[in-house]
Design a protein around this ligand. Structure first.
Ligand code: F6R
Length: 262
């Protein structure tokens, strides 16, 4: 695992975009995994500036709310359409989001998992981390080998995401999320984290025990992980580095072990 500390969210976006651009340049048929939420937005903005040819790039979102009507502006399908497909000029037919308005969401989750496999798996997966350690919407208690499925959102996650809705009550209670086992199958993982409010959970995830109590700790089990934190998020992670000027901090694997999980 390599860890880069950069000054702020915009710098994290620039560095993250550089990693994605390298994958896209080396493989015009690459499969990208994309995250929503605030953390990856500077990455998409910066990547758009590269003007790369992306007509054959395929994208899979990490997750989607269950129960929002199709076209709801805060559905991840719409967020991905605005922030990723539109901004990067991707072919909409190549961009996939779990179907959160399906009559049978469990079935939609299985179909989504199969669609990722049918594309040959994800080359690089962009990730954020929740304050409770969630990765995608794998909330604490998720099995470390879980697959794409319907998950109940933690109250803390619903509170955090209430900022996107008119009322906290409007935040859906369930979602479809790629599983932790699904995410671990991506060939490269890229975690982008901003803000001092994430410092403690980031440190716990990367240096604490690997446990279902902190789903993002599963990152320690992946052979190719890059973490980009701004100064606030990286505050507990040791010495700061900037790509191009110094070697990144290598973060050692944490203790093995799993908690109970779904
Ligand atoms: C979003 C996702 C979530 C977010 C996490 C952090 O697709 O899977 O895990 O990455 O909730 O969200 P922000 O970046 O808004 O702090």
């Amino acid at each position: 695992m390599e860890f880069f500390t950069v000054q702020d969210a915009a710098a994290a976006g620039a560095v993250g975009a550089g990693f994605l651009a390298a994958v896209i340049r080396s493989n015009p048929d690459a499969v990208l995994g994309v995250a929503t939420g605030g953390s990856p937005l500077p990455v998409y903005r910066s990547l758009a500036g590269y003007g790369l040819e992306m007509s054959r790039i395929r994208c899979f979102a990490l997750d989607e709310y269950v129960g929002l009507p199709a076209g709801h502006p805060e559905s991840y399908a719409e967020v991905v359409r605005r922030e990723v497909t539109g901004r990067l000029g991707l072919n909409p037919a190549n961009v996939f989001v779990p179907d959160g308005s399906a009559a049978d969401p469990e079935r939609a989750a299985c179909d989504y998992e199969a669609a990722i496999a049918a594309c040959g798996g994800i080359d690089i997966q962009l990730l954020g981390i929740g304050h409770n350690g969630h990765l995608a919407f794998n909330e604490p208690g998720s099995a470390l080998d879980s697959r794409t499925r319907v998950e109940v959102l933690a109250e803390r996650t619903r509170q955090a995401n209430a900022r996107y809705f008119d009322s906290p009550r409007d935040v859906p209670e369930r979602c479809i999320t790629q599983g932790l086992g699904t995410i671990l199958e991506a060939r490269q993982l890229l975690l982008v984290v901003h803000g001092a409010d994430k410092a403690e959970i980031l440190h716990r995830a990367l240096t604490g025990p690997v446990s279902a109590d902190c789903p993002a700790s599963v990152l320690q089990r992946h052979p190719h992980v890059t973490v980009i934190g701004d100064e606030g998020a990286a505050a507990l992670m040791g010495r700061a580095t900037t790509p191009g000027t110094a070697a990144p901090v290598a973060v050692g694997a944490g203790a093995a072990g799993t908690g109970p999980g779904r």
